[in-house]
Design a protein around this ligand. Structure first.
Ligand code: GDG
Length: 477
C-alpha cells in the first residue's frame, strides 16, 4: 500500500464506476452514466471529502490509473475480456441476476463462471484495500461483489465494512440451489452491516445464513466468527428535491410542450422508463395496452404510449429475446392502430438525458412500472417527485420494493394481465382529486426517504456496528 494510494476515509466499491468512456477522435472522455445505483449513491458521496469509488470502467482491459471526476477519486479495476464474459455476463448476470429475481430466466451454474467471480471479487477487494486509509469506511455494493466484504476484512481488519444489496435476496428454496451458497453467505458476513431494500428480503438472508454457515442469529443481528453483524432494511431513495426542481424549471416546461407536439397532442400519455431487462415487464404492459385497444377500453386515436428502453446487457442470454418481443409488440400495435405520421407506441431503445426523462415524467398522465420483481425501482419514485402539481397516476407492481412505501399507487400483480389492464384503465380515468390525494401522500414519502437519508441511515448503522464492535442488546435495532 503506498502513501498516495491509501488516502480515502470513505471508499465505495461497486461493479461499475459512475462514469462511462465516450471515445471520440480527440480521445477518451468520461461522462456520468445513469443507473439506479449511481443515481442513489452519487449525491451522498459528492458531499463527502476524500472519497474514492472503486469499480470497472466498462471497457475490456481499460486503463487503471485513478482519476478525479466530480470531486470523487475514481479507481478503475481492470477486467479482461474473458472475465467480462464469465464474471459479469456469466455468473453475475446469467446466474445471480435471474435467480435473485425469482428465477424468471433459468440461471446457469457453471464452475468456470464461479471461478472467475471469485478471482474478480479478489481484484476488487485488493483495490479497495489499497484505496482505504487506516480505519476507513468501505461500502460495498450489490450482487456482483458479494465475496468482497470477507476478502477485504482478511486484507484489512481495521476497516469498517458495509454491504448493500440493491436487488432482492430470494426466497430460501431459490437461494439454496446455488452450489456456492456457503461461500456467498460467508462473503457477505465479512461486513459489519448488511443492508437490504425490504424487510422480507432481509428476513430471507437471516433465515438462510445460519443454515449454510456457522453464523448464529439473534433478532436482526447475526454472530459469525466472534463478530456481530447487523442485517437491516434500508430502502433506497432518490434526490427528490433536485428532481422536483428540474421538473418545475421553464426549460423542462418547454421540453414538455415539444414532446406533446411531437406526439400529436394526445389526450392521454402513458409512459414506461426501464433498462431493457426481462425483469421489468415491458412486453407485458404493451400486451395489456394492446388488449385494451382491441377491446375498445382505450382509444388509440387519443392515446400515446412512450416506452424508453435503455440498452442493457445485450450479450447476456434472455436480453435479445425480450428486445425482440418488445419490438414485435410495439411494431404490431403501431401497424394496427397508428394513423399516418404519429405512432401510438413511441419506443426508444436509447439512453436519454435525465432532463428529457423528467420532461416525460411531467408529460405522462399515467406511469407504468410493472416489473415481475425489482429490488426497489427508482423510476416510480422519480415520477412521483416530478409531479409537483400532484396530478398523474402510478401503476406499480406489487413485486417492486417501491410498493412497500408507495401504497397509494395503483398496485398490480404483473403476472395477472387482466389486473394490469384494469389498473391501466383505472389510472387513465382517475379523477383529478383522487390523483392529487394519492400523489401528495406518495410525494411526502419520496421526499422524506431520499437518497441522502438512505445513505446517512446506512452509514450511521455502520458507524455503530464498526469493526470488532461488541453489540449490546439495546443496540439491536
Ligand atoms: C437496480 C435495481 C434498484 C433509465 N433509463 C434512463 C435513465 N434511467 C435511470 C432512471 C433510474 C435508473 O436509471 C433505473 O433505476 P431502477 O431502480 O429503476 O432500476 P435498475 O437499473 O435495475 O437498478 C433496482 C436500484 O438498483 C437502486 O438500488 O431500485 O431495483 O434493479 O434512476 O432514471 N437515465 C437516463 N437516461 C435513460 O434513458 N439519464
Amino acid at each position: 500500500m503506498t502513501e498516495q494510494n491509501a488516502c480515502s476515509e470513505m471508499v465505495v466499491v461497486a461493479n461499475r464506476l459512475p462514469v462511462r468512456a465516450e471515445i471520440t477522435k480527440a480521445g477518451t472522455r468520461w461522462v456520468s452514466s445513469p443507473g439506479g445505483l449511481v443515481a442513489a449513491v452519487a449525491p451522498a458521496l459528492s458531499r463527502m471529502k476524500h472519497a474514492s469509488w472503486v469499480g470497472w470502467s466498462g471497457l475490456a482491459n481499460g486503463a487503471v490509473t485513478p482519476f478525479e471526476h466530480n470531486g470523487v477519486r475514481l479507481v478503475p479495476v481492470r477486467l479482461q475480456q474473458q472475465e467480462i464474459e464469465r464474471f459479469y455476463e456469466g455468473f453475475s448476470n446469467a446466474c445471480l441476476w435471474p435467480l435473485y429475481h425469482d428465477s424468471i430466466e433459468a440461471p446457469g451454474f457453471h464452475r468456470i463462471w464461479w471461478d472467475s467471480y471469485v478471482n474478480v471479487n479478489r481484484k476488487f477487494a485488493e483495490a479497495a484495500a489499497q484505496a482505504a486509509a487506516p480505519g476507513a469506511t468501505v461500502w460495498v455494493h450489490d450482487y456482483q461483489l458479494q465475496l468482497v466484504p470477507r476478502m477485504l476484512r482478511e486484507l484489512r481488519p481495521d476497516l469498517r465494512i458495509g454491504f448493500f444489496l440493491h436487488i432482492p435476496f430470494p426466497a430460501r428454496e431459490l437461494f439454496l440451489r446455488i452450489p456456492w451458497r456457503r461461500q456467498i453467505v460467508e462473503g457477505m458476513l465479512g461486513a459489519d452491516v448488511i443492508g437490504f431494500q425490504t424487510s422480507v428480503t432481509a428476513h430471507n438472508f437471516r433465515y438462510v445464513a445460519p443454515r449454510v454457515s456457522r453464523a448464529t442469529s439473534s433478532g436482526k443481528v447475526l454472530n459469525h466468527e466472534g463478530r456481530s453483524i447487523l442485517v437491516g432494511t434500508f430502502p433506497i431513495g432518490i434526490d427528490a428535491d433536485r428532481n422536483a426542481e428540474m421538473a418545475k424549471s421553464t426549460e423542462t416546461a418547454s421540453r414538455v410542450e415539444e414532446y406533446r407536439e411531437l406526439l400529436g397532442n394526445p389526450r392521454k400519455v402513458l409512459l414506461g422508463v426501464d433498462r431493457l431487462d426481462y425483469t421489468k415487464g415491458i412486453a407485458l404492459r404493451l400486451q395489456a395496452v394492446r388488449e385494451l385497444f382491441d377491446e375498445g377500453r382505450l382509444d388509440p386515436a387519443d392515446t400515446a404510449v412512450v416506452q424508453i428502453a435503455e440498452p442493457s446487457r445485450g450479450n447476456v442470454p434472455g436480453y435479445q429475446t425480450v428486445q425482440a418481443e418488445v419490438e414485435r409488440l410495439a411494431g404490431g400495435i403501431n401497424g394496427d392502430y397508428s394513423s399516418f405520421g404519429t405512432g401510438v407506441i413511441n419506443y426508444q431503445h436509447q439512453t436519454l438525458p435525465f432532463r428529457d426523462l423528467v420532461a416525460l415524467y411531467r408529460l405522462a398522465d399515467v406511469m407504468l412500472v410493472t416489473p415481475f420483481r425489482d429490488g426497489m425501482n427508482l423510476v416510480a419514485k422519480e415520477y412521483v417527485a416530478s409531479r409537483t402539481d400532484h396530478t398523474g397516476a402510478l401503476v406499480l407492481s406489487e413485486f417492486a420494493g417501491a410498493a412497500v412505501e408507495l401504497r397509494q399507487a395503483i398496485l398490480v400483480n404483473p403476472y395477472d394481465i387482466e389486473d394490469v389492464k384494469d389498473a391501466i384503465e383505472t389510472a387513465v380515468n382517475l379523477p383529478v382529486p383522487e390523483q392529487r390525494r394519492r400523489m401528495i401522500a406518495m410525494g411526502k414519502s419520496v421526499h422524506r426517504n431520499s437518497a441522502t437519508a438512505w445513505a446517512e441511515s446506512f452509514l450511521a448503522a455502520l458507524a455503530q456496528f464498526g469493526a470488532g464492535s461488541v453489540v449490546s442488546p439495546a443496540a439491536r435495532v
